[in-house]
Design a protein around this ligand. Structure first.
Ligand SMILES: Nc1ncnc2c1ncn2[C@@H]1O[C@H](COP(=O)(O)OP(=O)(O)OP(=O)(O)O)[C@@H](O)[C@H]1O
Ligand SMILES: [Mg+2]
Length: 255
């Protein structure tokens, strides 16, 4: 939770989506505000204040889940719906309870990563554009010899190249290169074929670290593909965004 809303503001925000249910909206608004206030406390005091849980009761379809979902949005909190009967207390039959936490954490990572991606979007796009231009018109191999300045000819070639590059950039922006095809190298998606067979439920229920461990066992495979310019730009943008996002930081914040 980054911002602080007053209970009144929270109710107003919920009013935009939830009809009626005034009592429930007020109760969850106060609970959310209390949670925020608890988070502001110094650590030793924080431990003294236990956050309250909420049980909402009522007939089906009156908006219980909807209120919870909207509230989570407001709080920038991850939201999952689990069927409690799958988690029996006695001997933990069925899915183990920790997997709720794992699911929540995974969702939180996704959310924080999405926010981070939004922040680096423009930089990723402009890096991608440079990469694409490198592909379309490879830079001349002007060697930088130590102590030797470039010859006039080389300087000229360089200036010429810069002008051409900017011309291509304009064409790119105007969509004039959209029909061109370029060859790019992309990471192969299904690099772990055998694993799906081992675990019938896929990797979803496996420990995150184990999944990473498997990923590292199988080296990344790259393959060359021919794609149209706009698609190449999208692929590069995606890759550059991944590169710009500090996943350690994302995971820390998510947790
Ligand atoms: N008070 C309400 N205001 C706006 N939409 C509502 C309201 N009550 C229900 N809805 C809509 O009806 C649908 C069902 O609501 P919801 O899933 O929240 O019901 P529920 O109370 O959780 O029911 P159940 O007990 O079956 O889980 C949702 O799509 C929700 O948007
Ligand atoms: Mg429900």
């Amino acid at each position: 939770m980054v911002e602080c809303f007053t209970p009144k503001e929270i109710v107003e925000a919920l009013d935009r989506y939830i009809i009626g249910q005034e009592e429930a909206k007020k109760a969850v608004a106060i609970a959310l505000r209390n949670r925020w206030r608890r988070q502001q406390l110094p650590l030793h005091l924080k431990e003294e204040v236990l956050p309250k849980n909420i049980i909402m009761m009522g007939p089906t379809g009156v908006g219980k889940t909807e209120i919870a979902r909207r509230l989570a949005r407001l709080a920038r909190a991850p939201f999952i719906k689990v069927e409690a009967s799958k988690f029996t207390e006695v001997g933990y039959v069925g899915r183990d309870v920790e997997s709720i936490i794992r699911d929540l954490t995974k969702l939180a990572v996704q959310m924080v990563k999405g926010e981070a991606a939004e922040r680096v979007k423009e930089r990723a796009r402009s890096n991608a554009e440079e990469r694409l231009l490198d592909l379309l018109i490879p830079p001349p191999p002007i060697e930088k010899r130590r102590g030797h300045p470039l010859t006039t000819q080389e300087e000229e070639a360089r200036e010429q190249y810069k002008r051409t590059r900017e011309k291509f950039r304009d064409m790119l922006h105007q969509g004039k290169l959209d029909d061109r095809t370029v060859e790019i190298e992309t990471e192969e998606k299904s690099a772990m074929p055998a694993v799906e067979i081992i675990s019938s439920s896929g990797l979803e229920d496996m420990d995150i670290n184990f999944k990473d461990f498997l990923g590292n066992l199988f080296p990344k495979r790259y393959k060359k593909r021919r794609v149209k310019v706009p698609e190449a730009l999208d692929i590069f943008t995606e890759e550059e965004a991944q590169r710009l996002i500090d996943m350690d930081q994302v995971v820390r914040e998510a947790i």
